[in-house]
Design a protein around this ligand. Structure first.
Ligand SMILES: CC(=O)[C@@H](O)[C@H](O)COP(=O)(O)O
Ligand SMILES: NCC(=O)COP(=O)(O)O
Length: 248
């Protein structure tokens, strides 16, 4: 595996969170995405939630028109979202679980219990040329099911590891890290491309970036927050530096 094959995808959802807090047009997530592109990100991630709490339909339209880097379109497995993805045909579609009342994405997708349904759901998206990613916990059963339904990618939900690190529960953090390490090796052995994301910060990114099987990190909330202090370009550059350093 090439040394520098770790890509950074910026999740721009929370530019839209700030915009939507007041209504109106700014800050504009498409402008943020273009700036991030100039700063050297390898892709943009946007999650069109069913309740449109941050990214809106017009943002997806704007991103599809403006971006030169790939768009990773995160969405729930609903008919509405499938129709939107089929209209835009983004580079990748990442299927995520969604609960209307949650503050953020709490876990990975339940693939094993919904295997047939999901296999049918992703088929037209694949036929439309989208790469299929499934956002999963570090759980062998879910990874095997993602492989069986024909996903190209699994994105490992690293939120529990990040939370344990932030809370100083280092025993739990190390246990989570070990599961993530084992499951990234396992997913790669099945032929799945491995991505990781959710809750990554400067403080906790390095051990995940060091996993040789991981090819992409999707990072948003922390970087958009950090951009308030540093500006988006320096914030992205610092994350890129830490990822490269961890990769060795
Ligand atoms: C699936 C995922 O991890 C991201 O899309 C993240 O969820 C975005 O933030 P919210 O969970 O706040 O929508
Ligand atoms: N899929 C995870 C993601 O896109 C980024 O999550 P976060 O860094 O905004 O928590």
């Amino acid at each position: 595996m090439a040394k520098n094959s770790l890509r950074l995808g910026l999740n721009i959802d929370h530019v839209a969170t700030v915009r939507n807090a007041r209504g109106g047009a700014y800050p504009d997530p498409v402008r943020a995405a273009k700036l991030a592109e100039e700063a050297g990100v390898d892709g943009i991630t946007a999650h069109l939630r069913e309740d449109r709490r941050h990214i809106m339909d017009a943002d997806i339209e704007g991103l599809m028109q403006a971006l030169t880097v790939p768009l990773n379109f995160e969405m729930a497995a609903t008919d509405e979202m499938q129709a939107i993805a089929l209209r835009h045909r983004p580079h990748a579609v990442c299927i995520v679980p969604e609960k209307r009342e949650e503050r953020t994405t709490e876990g990975g997708l339940e693939v094993a219990r919904e295997e047939n349904k999901l296999a049918h759901f992703i088929a037209p998206l694949r036929d439309a040329g989208c790469r299929i990613s499934i956002f999963v916990a570090a759980d062998q059963k879910q990874i095997e099911a993602a492989h069986r339904i024909g996903a190209d990618i699994v994105e490992l939900h690293v939120g529990a590891y990040c939370d344990a690190h932030a809370e100083g529960d280092f025993a739990l953090r190390d246990a989570e890290l070990q599961s993530l390490r084992e499951m990234s090796t396992y997913a790669h052995s099945l032929g799945l491309e491995v991505h990781a994301g959710h809750g990554l910060t400067y403080d906790c990114v390095s051990p995940i970036a060091a996993f040789p099987e991981v090819q992409e990190l999707n990072i948003g909330h922390f970087l958009i927050g950090e951009a308030v202090f540093l500006g988006l370009t320096p914030a992205v550059h610092e994350m890129r530096r830490l990822m490269d350093e961890a990769r060795g």
